[in-house]
Ligand binder design. Structure first.
Ligand SMILES: *[C@@H]1O[C@H](CO)[C@@H](O)[C@H](O)[C@H]1NC(C)=O
Ligand SMILES: *[C@@H]1O[C@H](CO)[C@@H](O)[C@H](O)[C@H]1NC(C)=O
Ligand SMILES: *[C@@H]1O[C@H](CO)[C@@H](O)[C@H](O)[C@H]1NC(C)=O
Ligand SMILES: *[C@@H]1O[C@H](CO)[C@@H](O)[C@H](O)[C@H]1NC(C)=O
Ligand SMILES: *[C@@H]1O[C@H](CO)[C@@H](O)[C@H](O)[C@H]1NC(C)=O
Length: 878
């Protein structure tokens, strides 16, 4: 408690008339709530466990890689030609789209010795940096690709003839089109023959740029200013054809997605913010102001948070734009994590294109103001914006006013654009929260496909790639996230760097990584051996065909849809009743007395519970039994009492029902001492313990005769009760040497992790308090000081959703003022829970109490009186 009081004292250092420090237990309870939140996020946050897990060897994947070639990270699909172009390090390949392991053409593009020596002279590494990493691969026209490479830190572009697959030797300077540094973030898109890039313009990589380059015009680019771009990590860019059939004569727009260091929030470190920015296709730059610069550059904050838990995902890693015939129906999907990676959560948020358009066409601007001579803050601009609206594309209305291009825009508008690139209104996700949240993975890539199920319903199937080479396939069913499957796409646990879907539904998915390219089907229907399995998978691509008794991909077979069985609710009751397994079919197992036996049970659903029965009784308590990780049962030292009928049942909840199935049956008998053992399932326990897990054979129709035995690590002590099978992702099971991860508790946040998490967050919390104290002391943060104080005083008010406090500070000054005056309005949860991101807004763009700033003297930085002063907002341009 002492520590807490001293922190309080620190926080309010100065001549502040401190309200009496509240009861110690109050402070503790606030701390408790803060810690509680972390537990809540780590244990109760929404999450989804994949129903099926396929290891690399379980499924038919096609791969391409060549020796000594790495970084297969630039992919371009040309469905008309039926090929996949791959840009790797110093090579461009043309692969067969239907089978990427077939290479049709290749082009070597190396760096000449002289350029390599220059690069080495500048201090770069010969083996890695001073190579040519192909980063731009775009279709220019039917016969030509536009290709750029880092070219030993001297980016170079050229034209690639598709006829002979050769460069045309029309090399162009790649500055502003391609990055110098292969490790730096980069994005590009070709729109109507013009290349739009997000990259760095200089050797050091310190000058970020969003640019357009074309044959006819000089490079159009962003202003070099931290308010335009502040250490951005570019993620994605694409065009939205907003100009098509636009009644207002609007223009097409190119949207950029990136994470950058925030300018608008004050924070003790670098606070990252995900952004969406856009430029107009028809932009030509300004005449005098903003010459050869964008006159239409605007950016807004992209919000992905769980408002109910006050948890913010502030780093965007990839974006996929799910286009629709009309741009308004387009949906933008992004994958996010938190800047503080140790939280171990990844989220997918979806954004409505209509609301994006709304933010950019109507949103309020932010304004930089200088307070106390040197210190700057970003606040809402409340003045009168010049006309035409700054940053808007040229419309019919402008043309009627004789403004036919950006060159004719008035200087007043252009100067405003230059100074106000940031919008205050954020782009909020559909449903105000993530589509899905997954624990303990780092998603790196996303691709989304619109799929029509047999009942006509349309589903957005979300494919997410992780930094460990896994692919998750999820969709939202009945308001809940269902992760159909997890596929180990890459043999080694390395990041998926590019994810691409063929546009034809249910064809293929391509993944690029540093070590190769992988082609995967979008569904694995044939892996489901029975109707119940096929239906419980709830995969919109799959349906059961009773005639062929197989699970089919409905997009690849022309079976009569009316005869197929599919229920995305997971109602397996609609399946024809299968002939039950009869006792005479049970597999006979002969065991010597005292030997051990293991009985495999190939249940491939991670959502199913497995029950073992002996002679009809559920096995709950027996030290001689051990449930193996793949649901098999191991019986130590078999005695005559152990003989009998063993049955493995799976119970899976789906669509509000429990589906119970008999999966395997065994008759265990004792063998006469003389006879020779011939049953494969017999195994002394001493050897079993060292074997890695093996896959049970599930692809045969009956699933009754496993060809391999399931034996897994026996490190778990014999348990008294038979527990449901732990979920073990394939990458873990595949690496038996990493014994520490074989412990299932390592995979999903459990007790141990929580402790680490808690201590880390406690550390953050203390740092935060210290920074707050410092800032208070330096008079930077009057509002938060008050809030913290009021927080400690306690309040019964409900916590507001993310950013609400700061936005309230801007929009409802009267309310805010009252709250402060009452010392009651601050939200203790908000103030103390926050990791900074959520709290700082109130400092950054929250009310600058200008009435207060002037009145108190330097040694009286803040006073209760202050709060009752009217709070005004900096409106510099009024
Ligand atoms: C290229 O691939 C190699 C080998 O996997 C990897 O070590 C390196 O980091 C990659 N470089 C870039 C710029 O991605
Ligand atoms: C997007 O917003 C528009 C207008 O608010 C609405 O009509 C449309 O249904 C929304 N689309 C989605 C996918 O939420
Ligand atoms: C636009 O230009 C035309 C011809 O230059 C002129 O006649 C007209 O008055 C102008 N209109 C406006 C609104 O300035
Ligand atoms: C996710 O990435 C962060 C930072 O790179 C790393 O510390 C963390 O271990 C990763 N988590 C998982 C589950 O891979
Ligand atoms: C399904 O089984 C679980 C326990 O295994 C039970 O809690 C639940 O109530 C059951 N649901 C239905 C619909 O029977």
């Amino acid at each position: 408690m002492n520590r807490y009081s001293s922190l309080d004292a620190m926080a309010f250092k100065g001549n502040l008339t401190l309200p009496k420090i509240p009861e110690s237990n109050m402070a503790l309870s606030v701390l408790g709530m803060f810690l509680g939140l972390l537990l809540e996020v780590s244990t109760h946050g929404p999450s989804s466990v994949p129903r099926s897990s396929w290891r690399h060897d379980d499924v038919d994947l096609l791969e391409f890689w060549e020796p000594d070639v790495f970084n297969y990270t630039t992919l371009l699909l040309s469905e008309e030609r039926g090929v996949l172009y791959v840009g790797a390090r110093e090579v461009v390949y043309e692969l067969n789209m239907s089978n990427v392991s077939i290479k049709s053409k290749q082009l070597l593009w190396k760096v000449p010795e002289s350029d390599v020596s220059m690069c080495i002279l500048k201090g770069k590494s010969k083996e890695t940096d001073c190579r040519n990493y192909i980063r731009v691969l775009q279709v220019l026209d039917e016969d030509t690709l536009y290709v750029c490479g880092t070219h030993a830190f001297q980016p170079l572009c050229d034209y690639l003839s598709l006829q002979d697959f050769c460069l045309q030797d029309r090399a162009e300077d790649g500055r502003g089109k391609c990055s110098f540094d292969p490790a730096q973030s980069f994005t590009s898109v070709m729109v109507d023959g013009e290349l739009y890039s997000g990259t760095a313009y200089n050797f050091l990589g310190s000058e970020p740029i969003i640019s357009r380059s074309s044959l006819s015009q000089s490079l159009l680019r962003t202003e070099y200013s931290t308010s335009w771009l502040n250490e951005p990590s570019f993620v994605f860019a694409d065009v939205i054809r907003e100009g098509q059939d636009s009644p207002e004569g609007d223009d097409d727009k190119i949207y950029y997605f990136f994470t950058e260091v925030s300018v608008e929030y004050e924070f003790f470190g670098k606070l990252l913010i995900p952004r969406i920015a856009r430029v107009c296709k028809g932009d030509l730059g300004g005449q005098r102001t903003l010459q050869k610069k964008w006159t239409s550059f605007m950016k807004a904050k992209l919000v992905c948070s769980m408002p109910e838990l006050n948890f913010v995902f502030n780093v965007v890693h990839d974006v996929f734009i799910l286009k629709a015939p009309h741009w308004r129906d387009t949906v933008i999907y992004g994958v996010f994590t938190s800047q503080w990676g140790n939280v171990g959560l990844s989220a997918v948020c979806a954004y409505n294109m209509s609301s994006v358009h709304e933010v950019f066409s109507k949103g309020k601007y932010m304004q930089k103001v200088t307070v106390e001579q040197s210190h700057t803050k970003w606040v809402r601009f409340n003045g009168i914006t010049p006309s035409p609206r700054p940053g808007a594309c040229i419309s019919s209305l402008n043309r009627r006013q004789n403004i036919t291009s950006s060159l004719q825009l008035p200087d007043k508008t252009l100067q405003f654009v230059k100074d106000h690139p940031l919008l205050e209104d954020p782009v909020l996700p559909i449903g105000n929260g993530p589509r899905l949240v997954t624990k303990d993975v780092n998603y790196t890539q996303i691709a989304v496909q619109r799929v029509q199920a047999l009942d006509g319903s349309i589903h957005h199937v979300i494919f997410t790639g992780t930094d460990k080479g896994l692919l998750h396939k999820s969709l939202v069913l009945e308001g809940e996230v269902h992760t159909v499957e997890e596929i180990q796409l890459l043999k080694n646990p390395e990041p998926i760097k590019t994810l691409l879907l063929s546009s034809q539904v249910a064809r293929f998915l391509y993944a690029g990584s540093d070590s190769g390219v992988v082609q995967s089907p979008t569904a694995f229907c044939e892996k489901y051996p029975s109707c119940v399995d096929c239906v419980l998978a709830r995969d919109p691509y799959c349906a059961w065909d009773p005639r062929s008794a197989s699970c089919l991909n409905i997009f690849q077979h022309d079976a009569d849809p009316r005869k197929l069985i599919q229920s995305l609710k997971g109602d397996a009751g609609i399946c024809p009743t299968a002939a039950p397994l009869v006792v005479s079919d049970y597999q006979q197992v002969l065991v010597k007395p005292g030997a051990s036996a293991d009985l495999p049970c190939p249940v491939r659903s991670n959502l199913a519970q497995v029950l073992w029965k002996l002679n009809g009784r559920v096995l709950t308590e027996a030290s001689r039994f051990l449930l193996l990780s793949e649901n098999g049962l191991l019986i130590y030292s078999v005695t005559p009492e152990d003989t009998g009928r063993y049955e493995c049942w799976s119970v899976e909840a789906s669509g509000g029902q429990n589906f119970t199935r008999l999966v395997m049956g065994y008759m265990l008998r004792l063998e006469l001492p003389e006879s020779v053992t011939s049953v494969s399932t017999l195994r002394p326990s001493s050897t079993a313990s060292t074997l890695p897990p093996q896959e049970g054979n599930t692809s045969n129709g009956s699933g009754l005769t496993p060809t391999q035995t399931d034996v897994s690590s026996l490190t778990t002590p014999p348990s008294n009760a038979i527990k449901p099978k732990p979920y073990i992702p394939p990458e873990v099971s595949n690496l038996p040497t990493r014994t520490e991860t074989l412990d299932p508790s390592a995979k999903y946040i459990q007790h141990d992790n929580s402790v680490t998490l808690l201590s880390l967050f406690l550390l953050f919390f203390l740092l935060f308090l210290a920074a707050m104290a410092y800032n208070c002391y330096m008079q930077y943060l009057p509002a938060p000081c008050l809030r913290l104080r009021s927080a400690l005083l306690g309040s019964s008010k409900k916590p507001q959703p993310e950013y609400a406090a700061c936005e309230a500070g801007l929009m409802e000054p009267a309310q805010e003022k009252t709250d402060l005056a009452n010392q009651n309005g601050a939200h203790p949860l908000r103030t103390l829970r926050d990791t900074g991101y959520e709290t700082e807004p109130e400092c950054g763009n929250g009310g600058v109490p200008s009435g207060c700033d002037d009145s108190p003297s330097k040694d009286q930085p803040f006073d209760v009186d202050c709060a009752s002063q009217p709070i005004e907002f900096a409106d510099a341009d009024v």
